[in-house]
Design a protein around this ligand. Sequence first.
Ligand code: GLA
Length: 707
Amino acid sequence: MRDTVNLRGGGSAFVLDLSGPTPVIVHWGADLGESIPDGVPASPVAHSALDRPPVQELVPQASSGWRGRPALEGHRSRGRAFSPALVTTGSRDLGVEGVEITMTDAAAGLVLSLEIQLSPEGMLRLRSTLRNDGDDDFTLQSLSTALPTGLGASEILDLTGRWCREQHPQRQSLRQGTWLREYRHGRTGHDSSLFTAVGTTGFSNRSGSVWATHFGFSGNRVTSVEKTPTGPALIGNAELLGAGEIVLTAGESYETPLTYASYSARGLDGVTDTFHRWLRSRSTHPATARPVVLNTWEAVYFDHKLDSLVELADRAELIGVERFVLDDGWFRHRRTDRAGLGDWYVDEDVWPGGLASLIDAVRARGMQFGLWVEPEMVNEDSDVIRAHPDWISGAGFGRTPVGWRHQQVLDLVNPAAFAYILERLDALLSNNAISYLKWDQNRDLTEMGHTGAPSSHEQTLAAYRLIDELRQAHPDVEIESCSSGGARVDLGILERTERVWASDCNDALERQTIQRWTEAILPPELVGTHVGPTTSHTTARTHSLSFRAITAIFGHFGIEWDVRTLGDSELLELSEAVALYKKHRALIHSGVAVHGDLVDPAYLLGGSVAQDGSEALYSFVCLATSFDEIPGRVGFPGLDPDVRYDVTVIFPTATSPYNQRSNAGWIPDGITASGRFLAEVGLPMPILNPEQGVLIHLVSSLEAAGL
Ligand code: GLA
């Protein structure tokens, strides 16, 4: 067995000392090179404290004297084995990137194995498996990962939200105590933070040290940042288990979801870069150009009529749409959101000839066809629940959970319910030329239960299995994870889906923040971003088409608007935006995401820089009125300092109304400057009113000259 493990990748390192009875984390942070000291000096022993120096255990346990949150909590009957004393009993290399460590408590009958991997991109992944080696049941309360933050860590940043306002940042000082986020939604949740980051004072987009984690799971979960009087702050992640939810019988195991973690010495953009690179390195990552979507929801809602939908498809084709998605309202009894969920048969009254007439029309116009489904849900007013009232998930005792959007959760842990829904989805995909499913999940369920016992864990795994089995049978169908917007955005669901719907809010102003922070972890090609109606349906704000387009271009672009109502000039501007997206999507979907550190909160600068530095696209947008008369100069981060770039403003076009005023004397075409100049001196930005923006394209002069 090795005494020391030094995992290295992407400029970071994870160093473990295995020489003692339990594994000790020596370091998680910057790469230290190949050679590390044999031993690190021990901390002093404090008065009235443990009689041995505190160390940072990989698996913090009360049996070692740890008085914070233990990594493993559980017990046998009447509390026996309540405090495990796991010791290292083995380690095994997992290729060059990782190690598996086994820890055993023979007296308590428990074996814990931990897989730890650090990818070349710097993505640290941890997963634990607990096996009950005893003769009787072991009730598991929690099994978490605990990662230490490094020198100077002093601030916590995470995200929160609600329906139509997902992924908003909140920052606070790191103090003694525990910053605890519990998500008891039965799904990931609108308030769920895509990451928990701890960093040095004032860490920003481009500077400071940051230790960040993400938990790859779509059910109940808990994250924590814990600072005790002993040692560094720990970032914890675990599934949140219900009372008696996991009872391991003799020989049974429980496996945790994956904790993902990234250290960056160059601010949040470094964390983003690790996540983007790692996600893009997956064999399942979408490899084809992300098609322009038209989604029918905000265009027609439940009002499905073949004629109007074909008209919509006509317009979509004209604008350059590549994928037409029929949203909610196509199945039996689904005339409103009060009925029909679960009855996954095409509604014979609304679609007398089935969906084929629309699908054929869409495909004849050169577009793929996509369909909305919400397989994990039922309305009580549905044939399926009238026939099987016991298929509703809940706490038992004949109690039906409080409704949410008039719907209930289908108990997927019930094999009959699972088989029914799998058969329905399989039939739909087998009988129709469907290329894409928008897979929705529109409610929280705090009392997720199967036959009276908590089942958030099993239900989440069953939902995963449902998608996996369907995908196996229909490998070419892409799936989007939607959950009343962004209530199921995590790397667990993204193991089996091609994109997420970030929010039901298509208001471009709100979307600027939602997307900036969703894309802190997810590359833009995985995030659905649509141009919505002129006046937003969820906020009643009115925005110019150019602002809506600029906002939607930095993602997987689509349209969710009744484009039949557009006049000629709007049609032209929307078609220009579609063409622009198509021209630049290869760059946006493969480049390095960068975010400026602007002092003035009125503005946002974000962009995508080609991996070889030869090209970049930035958006500069105004979110609110500024205290300054003019925005002044803005530096462009992430460029190659030694490359000369030609700078062009590509959107809005010169004819847009506000441009005539604000563009007077601003960035004449034909400016050329080095990446160093553009970063250090910057360029003056135009005067923008709130909710206006510009897209700025930079291309290496050599590239532009074809050299
Ligand atoms: C959810 C989704 C929306 C839409 C509706 C349909 O709210 O997030 O995009 O699909 O359901 O009912």
